[in-house]
Design a protein around this ligand. Structure first.
Ligand SMILES: [Zn+2]
Length: 224
């Protein structure tokens, strides 16, 4: 129901806007005998109305679908946006859940010659101080290790950075880096399963494993 009123409101706004744009066009821009100074002024007003159009179009969900224009373009019946046109701005509500994009996943079985061609999404947002990064790509060949080329598997990695902690969620692993080595060329950290470690070494790691009666792993808590 709320959607319906939002649509009605926008429809009204667009009607008003298009009427005003037509008025400026008919009365000043396309009319003979209007002084040049005045025409310039109204051309400027027309430009600003165009910006209002863009702003309103960002709020349109194109509820009524598209119609074909004389130029064989498909445009929204309400706001006049061309179907599939890339938007250069994103409008987000100040209150409530903000939504940008949808859940992109790898979409090809091919191995691409370089990461650039395999990339589907590489985007980031700094949200109230926290950095969120989404990196989705198909498989590609990497020559990061000069001598041998290696295949990097298709993946969707989501990384959250906050208070020096980097938390990356992929399909097959979750990585949590509390202290990333800062210097280049510094030794990579050791890695072992907990059961491979000696009890006295384990005491150094402030980690609590969460599990249920069947010993199903449910997560962990790290103190710092
Ligand atoms: Zn629309």
């Amino acid at each position: 129901m709320a959607k319906e009123t939002e649509k009605d409101r926008l429809k009204k706004e667009f009607k008003r806007l298009f009427k005003n744009m037509d008025f400026v066009c008919d009365s000043y821009l396309n009319k003979e005998g209007v002084p040049e100074k005045e025409q310039e002024r109204f051309a400027d007003i027309y430009q600003q109305l165009g910006q209002v159009w863009e702003f309103l179009a960002l709020q349109c969900k194109h509820w009524d679908g598209y119609k074909k224009t004389r130029e064989k373009k498909e445009v929204c019946r309400i706001c006049g946006t061309v179907k599939g046109a890339e938007e250069s701005q994103i409008l987000l509500p100040a209150k409530g859940l903000k939504r940008i994009g949808s859940t992109a996943k790898p979409n090809s079985k091919k191995t691409f010659p370089a990461k650039k061609e395999s990339q589907i999404i590489k985007d980031a947002i700094r949200f109230h101080g926290a950095l969120l990064d989404v990196d989705v790509h198909n498989a590609y060949k990497s020559n990061l290790f000069k001598e041998h080329e290696i295949n990097i598997a298709a993946e969707r990695n989501v990384t959250l950075k906050e208070r020096g902690v980097e938390y990356t969620i992929g399909k097959h692993r979750i990585d949590l880096d509390v202290e990333k080595p800062k210097k280049k060329g510094s030794k990579p950290p050791y890695g072992n399963f907990a059961f491979e470690l000696r009890k006295k070494d384990l005491r150094h790691f402030p980690v609590i494993f969460k599990f249920d009666d069947d010993l199903t792993f449910l997560g962990l808590t790290i103190f710092r």
